[in-house]
Design a protein. Structure first.
Length: 288
């Protein structure tokens, strides 16, 4: 089994898996945002893939061609991954992009452009559980150990992309005015057609009445689980082993309730509360 140091490199304080990153971040640092770019921002396991699929269908007014023929990670590439550079050069405008990086790490062109940002948040207890299973199936990540061990690493930020609280703090204080929209995974679970409408309004992309239920249907958990372009099943087993745990695992809110005992819940909640002390934003859910 490989150690944390062997598996991860560090870039501006964030542990990143060597399996998917090179040490060279020049492309990212010099990345040029265009005015009509749309950037999906998430801490890992918050609903990134879900938002990528919704965005593709909204921008294409429900047309399924790209959704069914190009894998989501090429259609909406991560700007921090150098391996994605050539795909980004080929994207037609408006480009759909994504990142798990913090706000203060963004290239300066984000501030000078009019690019829009969609920030998806998810209850951190569900992120913890989702990430725990993801660490079992993604071979480029450290073996999570027991849930107690993994929770300890998660709270200390010894996981890919660091601490959840740092991510949320940085983007909640982003100075982007009305160029940023916040949405939660739970809101999308509760009413996907309403969420699709909110997203299309934010992007000023008018959708027909027929397109909204169609997009919601194609972006349902079941439909995405069956779509090879969304479910990561085309990657080699050496990268993601879906027999250990599928990428599209459960797709629900509140799975933490059957995974965390009361001691784990108390420990997790108090650690997150402590990290967020003194912040002048509130979370969209109760941490209890
Ligand atoms: S990653 O690795 O950061 O890109 O992961 P990410 O896509 O952010 O999060 C994966 C979790 O999102 C769930 N998911 C969905 N839930 C509901 N509906 C839809 N359509 C959907 N698509 C993805 C996916 O199942 C992971 O959550 P868990 O809790 O593990 O099931």
């Amino acid at each position: 089994m490989s150690s944390f140091e062997e598996l991860y490199l560090h870039y501006r304080g964030l542990p990143l898996p060597r399996g998917t990153f090179s040490e060279d971040f020049k492309y990212f640092e010099e990345f040029n945002f265009k005015d009509d770019d749309i950037l999906v921002v998430t801490y890992p396991k918050s609903g990134t893939t879900w938002m990528k699929e919704i965005l593709t269908l909204v921008l294409n007014s429900g047309d399924l061609t790209l959704f069914q023929t190009i894998p989501c990670w090429l259609r909406v590439p991560h700007i921090e991954m150098k391996a994605m550079a050539k795909h980004m050069e080929q994207l037609a405008s408006p480009r759909s992009l994504s990142t798990h990086f913090l706000y203060n790490m963004m290239p300066s062109s984000l501030h000078t452009s009019k690019a829009k940002v969609i920030y998806v948040m998810r209850n951190p207890k569900d992120i913890l559980v989702s990430s725990y299973y993801f660490h079992q199936m993604a071979n480029f990540l450290e073996d999570p150990g027991t849930l107690d061990e993994f929770m300890d690493k998660f709270l200390k930020g010894r996981v890919f992309y660091g601490k959840w609280t740092d991510h949320v703090k940085s983007w909640k204080c982003a100075e982007l005015g009305d160029r940023i929209m916040f949405i939660t995974y739970e809101e999308m679970i509760q009413d996907l057609p309403a969420s699709v409408t909110r997203i299309s309004n934010f992007l000023c992309h008018n959708l027909s009445e027929d397109a909204i239920p169609k997009i919601a249907e194609y972006c349902s958990f079941k439909s995405m689980k069956d779509n090879k372009m969304s479910n990561y099943s085309t990657l080699p087993k050496e990268t993601m082993d879906h027999d250990k745990s599928p990428f599209m695992r459960k797709g629900i809110a509140g799975d933490w309730k059957i995974h965390l005992n009361s001691e784990q819940q108390t420990l997790f909640t108090s650690a997150i509360r402590k990290e967020l002390e003194g912040q002048n934003f509130s979370l969209p859910w109760s941490l209890d």
